[in-house]
Design a protein around this ligand. Structure first.
Ligand code: TNX
Length: 540
């Protein structure tokens, strides 16, 4: 951490002449050219759009106006353009189909008289608006100025994600929205919502009410040690909560307005003990008396691959599909202990009947059946890299978490990959000295190490590189019971990953990033965000 502080101070000296809001863009744009002068926003400034424009352009412009209101206290009017308005101070949002910057790129031209915001799509306009949001001063400061500049920008990767584990601890809806807005502010576009776990089921399923009546509630815990590597860890308190379908629809709409796609995760065949507590007949040993798991770590009790289970999961997924319009459903697939299947006469029979070699192939059989079902509904699956074991389902996307080997193997098999290796993307790991930081799961992942991550494996041939679709940070919450604790671990490391996902390939300079971050943190203070402030003491 000392290292970071020194970097911050050193680079502060280098840029001390630059007003804070002239050099604070994260992710940094593909092309940026600073110009003389500035555009001043006042209550006379109009946000204008072409008269007969797309409704979504209007929503982007309105959202920008509301963000300026929140951040700077200025109420801007959004209006169709007219000759009179074109003469006054204005910010013009316009679709320009001729731009060849992909569906997320944009051009932003800030001059003293006006601001021109151009993109081929509303999504591109939205990202330009997020750039403007960053160019404006933090808080209520007046005057509200944007430095003159010309920006041409587009992302490197199409998938720029963050995962939030709402299974270990329920995360309330207002916080989920705040989290999504913070993602969008840094141009991340995919929110992976981890909704089911051994320790809690968080999504209302109308056909199976006990999932939330029973599965969302965790009893007082048996404080225990799940691994000798990790310290004592349970807070011992009862805990619970779930999202109603109405709340989920509301969050989906909120995310859509920020061009964030939600990937819901329904874990299978493992990490399912909360579901078994609700419906024991889905396990291999229903008489066992399953409880929502009151230890961290991985439960041995998993779904039995029976017809009852497949019917249940298909019913659950049918409701999930109706709630989430995105193409991808994450089906988990990680850490599925095979003990229960080994001890089950039914599973052994199933293995024989289907000419499978072992329990790994049985897991593959499980995932393939679910994939087939989802594919017939027009959806695709994402699974953690364990889904490679026993053979990949034909159309699956692999999320590589146990390092990068799984991702590399999947790309070589011509499957799409999202890189999320624990060594560089696990934001539940310590970001500072474990002796003085709040108790965490373990690991050590300081900000500069996150920033140094290069998602494209050198092992891949040029032809296979296209299967690496992007990068994701994961926030597992075993040690993060509250929104505040999540913010502390997620920020600013998630912002470093946002830049890694967006900025063009090439060496990234940490000192430069740290300088921009220093200028950017007051914006997080203004929201406010409980980022790991004490590790980034910028008052010096
Ligand atoms: C592994 S990553 C898990 C999670 C834990 C996490 C803790 C993955 C697919 N499984 O269940 O929460 O480690 O860092």
């Amino acid at each position: 951490m000392k290292h970071l502080l020194i970097c911050l101070l050193l680079s502060y000296t280098a840029f001390a002449q630059t007003p804070d809001n002239q050099y604070n863009l994260i992710p940094f744009p593909a092309r940026f050219s600073g110009q003389n002068g500035q555009f001043t926003i006042s209550s006379n400034t109009r946000v204008v759009i072409a008269p007969a424009t797309d409704a979504s352009v209007k929503s982007v412009a309105q959202l920008f106006a509301s963000q300026v209101k929140t951040a700077n206290g200025l109420a801007l009017t959004v209006a169709p353009t007219s000759p009179a308005l074109a003469k006054g101070s204005h910010i013009f949002f316009t679709l320009n189909k001729k731009l060849v910057l992909g569906d997320e790129g944009y051009k932003l031209t800030v001059t003293p008289g006006k601001v021109l915001v151009e993109a081929a799509t509303p999504k591109g306009l939205f990202y330009a608006a997020q750039t403007m949001r960053q160019l404006l001063p933090a808080g209520q400061a007046a005057p509200v100025i944007m430095p003159a500049c010309a920006i041409t920008d587009k992302p490197r990767f199409g998938y720029r994600g963050l995962m939030l584990d709402a299974g270990r601890y329920f995360m309330p809806v207002p916080f989920v929205k705040k989290f999504i807005d913070l993602m969008a502010m840094h141009k991340q576009n995919t929110f992976h919502w981890h909704l089911t776990e051994d320790q809690g089921w968080r999504i209302e399923i109308k056909k199976y009410p006990k999932l939330t009546q029973i599965g969302s509630k965790r009893a007082e815990s048996i404080v225990g040690q799940y691994s000798q590597n990790y310290p004592q860890q349970f807070d011992g308190k009862p805990s619970g909560g779930f999202y109603t379908q109405e709340e989920i629809k509301d969050v989906v709409r909120y995310a859509q307005s920020r061009f964030v796609t939600i990937v819901p995760e329904i874990e299978m065949p493992g990490h399912a003990q909360a579901a078994l507590a609700a419906y024991p007949e889905l396990g291999c040993d229903p008489a066992k008396g399953y409880q929502v798991y009151t230890k961290w770590g991985v439960s041995e009790d998993v779904y039995c691959p029976s017809e009852k289970t497949f019917t249940f999961l298909q019913d659950v997924l049918t409701e999930v599909i109706a709630l989430f319009p995105g193409k991808y459903i994450h089906i988990g697939g990680d850490e599925c202990p095979k003990t229960a299947w080994k001890n089950s006469a039914f599973c052994q029979e199933l293995i024989k009947k289907n000419n499978l070699k072992d329990e790994h192939e049985l897991q593959s059989y499980f995932i393939r059946r679910i994939e087939k079902f989802l594919n017939t509904k027009g959806r695709s699956i994402i699974g953690w890299d364990e889904i490679l074991e026993g053979g990949l389902a034909p159309n699956a996307t692999v999320m590589s978490w146990r390092g990068t080997a799984g991702g590399i193997a999947a790309a070589q098999q011509k499957h799409n990959v999202i890189m999320s290796p624990n060594g560089t993307c696990y934001l539940d790991y310590y970001q500072g000295n474990p002796a003085t930081e709040p108790l965490a799961i373990g690991g050590y992942l300081p900000l500069d190490q996150v920033y140094a991550y290069e998602p494209m494996p050198t092992e891949l041939s040029a032809a296979d590189q296209k299967y690496i679709t992007g990068v994701q940070g994961n926030i597992w919450t075993e040690y993060l019971p509250t929104p505040e604790s999540v913010e502390y671990m997620a920020f600013p490391r998630a912002i470093a990953l946002a830049e890694i996902g967006w900025m063009q390939a090439g060496p990234h300079n940490f000192e430069d990033f740290a300088q921009r971050l220093k200028n950017h943190l007051p914006k997080l203070d203004a929201i406010p965000v409980n980022y790991a402030r004490r590790l980034f003491d910028i008052s010096a």
